[in-house]
Design a protein around this ligand. Sequence first.
Ligand SMILES: C=C(O[C@@H]1C=C(C(=O)O)C=C[C@H]1O)C(=O)O
Length: 135
Amino acid sequence: MVVLLEQLTSDFPGAPGRQGPGRLSSSGPCRPGAAPDHQEPLMTAIDVTGARTAEAADVITGARERIDALDDRIIGLIQERVAVSAVIQEARIASGGRRVNLSREMDVLGHYRQALGKPGTALAMTLLELCRGKI
Ligand SMILES: C=C(O[C@@H]1C=C(C(=O)O)C=C[C@H]1O)C(=O)O
């Protein structure tokens, strides 16, 4: 993998062995477990982002941090949805009803499709599976 990255990046500025703002780490290699005085080239921000310039690598690195934070929030919201959905399903089952309510699921699928297009339907189906299991 390191060899492949070296081949892919050796012809642009910030390639392994060069210094610059795109450098990911100046204190040591980012490969876990590698000794600080390891002789292989360090991974740079350019390697990791696929950018061709240090400036682009900086933009991508900052934006990826925002995406990671957004993904954490999305995952938290999904976990909250699973918990609320479980309350509904348990109440319905305790009352003698069924876990699944297909007409409501069609409304949920339509809501996501309207907002996000066809991939929204696939996303909603995955959410429904997370919330009530496979049917
Ligand atoms: C949560 C409900 O129960 C089930 C789970 C759903 C969901 O997670 O959105 C939707 C319909 C039901 O299959 C509900 O009826 O609203």
